[in-house]
Write a protein that binds this ligand. Structure first.
Ligand SMILES: NC(=O)c1ccc[n+]([C@@H]2O[C@H](COP(=O)([O-])OP(=O)(O)OC[C@H]3O[C@@H](n4cnc5c(N)ncnc54)[C@H](O)[C@@H]3O)[C@@H](O)[C@H]2O)c1
Length: 453
């Protein structure tokens, strides 16, 4: 099959590379010239483990290429995928669909023959119908096929997720669905042959599946974060609680790790867009709305915890932050909890240093006033606090004794529950706090004053 992939970001690039690895002929398109020039030279614009080798192999074998010329890519393609961004629209939380509609128009204008247009971007209910309308109005002479094919890959594990998905969802509309179904079936045949389930449904259900899945996961994370706050009050340990409830097959252990709140390029914008869809249709999604609100409070609570651990005030203190990306194994900083927590620490009077294996490039733009270092022990020298925000492997097995010895005041805010109070005490820390567990050495009452000041 010949595939054009419009948008060469996290999703478009991974999907394009993986489709070419299935044996299809793929042309990846992006309007960002620097990105395409880099890709042509073998430089990958994102950090995604394993992507460089897979990309190089498929380029070398002649199945994968890159261009800024959409018309050239669309020419002769059996399917054109739209994988452009759908960020939150400024001000109201709706998904900004302007990139999707612009891509649909460009596809329609440049096509020399009818093809199947597949939306991979996360888009609210009704978007694929609008894409179909744009295509059919712009080029009424063509029998367009339209399909919704939301993507579920996770950054940091994207290739594995794409190659071994829990499911592939394909939404089709009544017009042209036979052709679209055939093309989608052929594209995903390598997965189908290996028994990965493909769910065929209508366009609206496919769009809904993506948002409902992300909202459910955001609710699950937020639920355990609320339980964690109560654990701290009653003397329970959220790690034991997560394990105890996660072993229930009806609940499952995933997404039950308490932490500093969800972030990233999907959950925040998708929960907002989903809540807006509910409001637009007069059917409010109150659980989703509460989740958004609670998640903001979770991030604010982390700042209180750090201030409390710092003896009540952050004025004049140096805080070393380990990890700024929203999770390990990605360089993506979009809506990372660090973007709320770090400025709040600075506003409370702290000087912030940061270490992150991949987040520095973006972090330097997004977090002004932060001093960037590469080594956690060097970054801890003379600091009054280490705050572990992202559990990169490099930060999971720190020599806590060495870390404590380097600091002016050894205090550890372990916001990913990597270590424990006994370990921290034995290493010489004066104060330790985690999320949903019992720490030591914090002074909460003054801390709240310090943050409020
Ligand atoms: N990032 C994820 O983990 C993830 C996972 C699942 C779904 N999604 C969804 O996939 C979509 C894409 O997300 P992303 O993170 O890959 O975005 P991204 O911002 O990394 O990439 C989008 C790319 O599209 C390009 N682009 C925009 N308009 C274009 C046009 N008309 N022609 C050519 N290129 C164009 C941009 O230059 C950019 O490189 C979003 O809807 C997102 O919600 C993302």
């Amino acid at each position: 099959m010949k595939i054009a992939m419009i948008g060469t970001g996290y999703v478009g690039l991974v999907s394009g590379v993986c489709f070419s690895d299935f044996g299809h002929e793929v042309v990846c398109v992006d309007k960002h010239e620097g990105k395409i020039a880099g890709l042509r030279d073998g430089r990958i614009p994102i950090y995604e483990p394993g992507l460089d080798a897979l990309l190089a192999r498929n380029v070398a074998e002649g199945r994968l290429s890159f261009t800024t010329d959409l018309a050239e890519a669309v020419h002769g393609a059996d399917a054109v995928f739209i994988a452009v961004g759908t960020p939150s629209r400024r001000g109201d939380g709706h998904a900004d669909l302007s990139y999707v509609y612009a891509a649909a128009e460009e596809i329609a204008r440049s096509a020399t023959a009818p093809t199947v247009v597949v939306t991979k971007s996360t888009v609210p209910v009704g978007t694929n119908r609008e894409v179909a309308r744009i295509l059919r109005e712009t080029r009424p002479e063509f029998a367009w096929g339209v399909a919704s094919n939301p993507e579920f890959l996770r950054e940091g594990a994207a290739i594995d997720d794409f190659m071994k998905p829990d499911r592939v969802v394909v939404g089709l509309d009544a017009d042209g669905s036979d052709q679209a179904r055939q093309v989608m079936g052929d594209i995903y045949k390598p997965l189908f042959l290996r028994d990965f389930p493909i769910v065929y449904t209508d366009l609206e259900s496919a769009e809904m599946i993506k948002y409902a899945a992300n909202a459910f996961l955001a609710i699950k994370i937020t639920f355990i974060n609320e339980v964690a706050a109560l654990c701290e009050k009653v003397g329970a340990d959220v790690k034991a609680v997560s394990k105890g409830i996660g072993l229930d097959g009806r609940i499952g252990a995933k997404f039950l790790h308490a932490g500093p709140g969800y972030g990233g390029s999907c959950f925040p914008k998708d929960t907002n867009a989903f809540a807006q869809t509910g409001q637009d249709f007069g059917q409010r999604l109150r659980l989703v709305e509460s989740t958004i609100e609670v998640n903001e409070a979770v991030k604010a609570r982390m700042v209180d915890k750090i201030a409390a651990l710092s003896g009540g005030s952050l004025k004049g203190k140096t805080v070393t932050v380990l990890g700024v990306t929203f999770k390990p194994n990605t360089d993506d900083m979009r809506d990372a909890p660090a973007l709320a927590i770090v400025p709040a620490l600075q506003a409370a009077g702290a000087t912030v240093r940061a270490v992150d294996p991949q987040g520095r490039r973006e972090g330097e733009h997004l977090l002004p006033g932060v001093e960037w270092l590469d080594d956690p022990y060097v970054a801890a020298e003379g600091a009054h606090m280490v705050a572990l925000l992202t559990e990169w492997n490099q930060f999971r097995a720190l020599d806590l004794k060495r870390l404590a010895a380097a600091m002016a005041e050894p205090r550890l805010a372990d916001l990913r529950n990597v270590y424990g109070p006994d370990e921290a005490r034995a290493a010489g820390f004066l104060a330790y706090d985690a999320v949903g567990r019992q720490g030591f050495g914090a002074e909460p009452a003054q801390a709240q004053r310090a943050v409020a000041e």
